[in-house]
Design a protein around this ligand. Sequence first.
Ligand code: THU
Length: 140
Amino acid sequence: MASQDDELMALAAAASRQAYAPYSQLHVGAAIETVRGGRYAGCNVENGALPSGGCAELHAIGAAILAEGPTVQIARVAISATDAEGIPMPIPPCGACRQRIVEFGRSAEVCFLGPDARMVRMRAEELLPQIFVLGKRERS
Ligand code: THU
């Protein structure tokens, strides 16, 4: 499991090197492993009209849906970030991305560098208790 974690984190780190983050200088990559075993990555893409940018997790989820369809289930997520000099930065996923992850995998394991410079591994539903679900739609 540890080496699988490392591989997914390496995929996230590679994605972070492709980030377009001229405004925040925070280069973020996210990598998803699905229940089917597919792996998909995304990076953050900022925009001069500042709220128009998108998070790395959102783009990784988009890649997973494109490949496996809308019933895709997320098993694991790794998130990695650096500053403009390539120094690793803590990257607990933002609130919107927690909601995006639970939509496709409540029990997904999410791994990221915490504020105290230690790797954190938590289930998506632990990261986002009291999940908002629209109407009666239920997913695992
Ligand atoms: N960002 C992500 O890509 N994922 C997160 O979970 C938190 C924030 C990006 C968005 C923006 O491009 C930059 O980090 C600073 O907020």
